[in-house]
Design a protein around this ligand. Structure first.
Ligand code: SF4
Ligand code: SF4
Length: 350
């Protein structure tokens, strides 16, 4: 595993379909009819040819997602083509786990790295875990994830679940439903964030990235069903794989107020861990959890951070408010520090 970006790798983020066999209450997609599926106009082989033509001399990595990509037959054919290609090093698949046991039996390639999300409203834990363990034994699982909704928050249950997965050799990331941030109690959010390193949690809390230099567009790009290639988060058109593509020549400032996802923010130059971003995420957060509670950083978490979470800085007015709050917070810290120093001096003089 590399800790730094190798210059010739290119991670392609591909939403192959929005179809899904589940109906999670927190899903931002509704039941979908397949209009945005990747393979409506081009076969998996045509896509692969276009990708290899567009990105010659690059070591390709993929992140395939949906909806649920593994229930979509052409996506499975595409996955098989990627596994067989010498130009492809790594294929992350984001899945709800429904068919991962079958995948482990049919295509147990070490290139495949699964990120399996457990959705408690849709599947029983033992059923999900049973399939996950089959995939884990085949060596294709990188990480599992669960989203805990506010009304089902139970710290003891979460800790038990984290242990249960760890006993099977799987790291379980625990996420909150970001569309309902204001419905959690702040101590519950604090606990969830304490399970991640400070920097990883900061991104879940919509840490600002505007203006920071990022290799998205150089080592990372997103491809949509028309073949259009975008720098990140639906922005920055770089071309089309069925015509021509011009990736950026060097890292450029981030144009967005905040970055939402590990595959993306790990390309910021301040991180330099875009290559194998998920394995790196698991490694550093596993280490962080081993050190808990000593490394529980959330006691430092200020109201400013929570405010940002429930009211992300989307508009200029919100950003201004965020900056004012940060300034107030900073002034308060300085005042506290000065008061503490004065107390220390006074006690020495006594
Ligand atoms: S499994 Fe994922 S894509 Fe499917 S409904 Fe749930 S959140 Fe949405
Ligand atoms: S930090 Fe995130 S949003 Fe900003 S350019 Fe990089 S990938 Fe895009």
């Amino acid at each position: 595993m590399n800790d730094s970006n190798s210059p010739d790798y290119l991670l392609l983020y591909c939403t192959l379909t929005l179809r899904c066999n589940y109906r999670c209450p927190y899903c931002y997609l509704n039941a979908y009819d397949g209009r945005l599926d990747w393979f409506n106009d081009h076969s998996p082989e045509e896509w692969m040819e276009a990708l290899l033509r567009s990105f010659p001399n690059r070591r390709l990595q993929f992140e395939l997602q949906g909806g649920e990509p593994l229930i979509y037959k052409p996506a499975l054919e595409f996955l098989r083509i990627l596994v067989d290609s010498d130009n492809v090093d790594y294929i992350r698949v984001n899945t709800n786990g429904t068919t991962v046991d079958k995948l482990a039996r049919d295509l147990p390639s070490p290139k495949i790295r699964l990120m399996c999300t457990y959705h408690p409203s849709q599947v029983a834990l033992d059923e999900f875990l049973g399939r996950l363990v089959v995939a884990q034994k085949a060596g294709i699982v990188e990480m599992a994830k669960v989203v805990v909704v506010p009304e089902e928050f139970d710290r003891v249950k979460i800790e038990d679940m984290v242990r249960l997965f760890a006993d099977e050799g799987v790291f379980l990331d625990v996420a909150y439903d970001w569309t309902r941030a204001r419905d959690y109690r702040s101590e519950d959010l604090r606990f969830l964030f304490s399970l991640r390193t400070k920097r990883d949690a900061e991104f879940a809390m919509k840490c600002e990235t505007l203006g920071q230099r990022c290799a998205a567009g150089v080592n990372y790009a997103e491809i949509i069903n028309t073949g259009d290639v975008l720098r990140c988060q639906d922005r920055g058109l770089l071309g089309n794989v069925f015509k021509t593509v011009h990736l950026l020549e060097k890292p450029a400032p981030c144009p967005l107020i905040y970055c939402c996802c590990i595959n993306r923010y790990s390309h910021m130059l301040s991180w330099r861990c875009g290559d194998h971003h998920l394995a790196n995420f698991v490694a550093r957060n596993k280490k962080h959890r081993e050190g808990l509670p000593e490394t529980n950083w959330t006691t430092e978490l200020s109201d400013v951070a929570f405010q940002r979470l429930v009211d992300p800085p989307r508009s200029v007015a919100a950003r201004k408010r965020g900056l004012e709050m940060r300034a107030e917070h900073f002034a308060k810290r300085v005042r506290n520090k000065v008061a503490k120093i004065k107390r220390q001096i006074a006690s020495k003089q006594r």
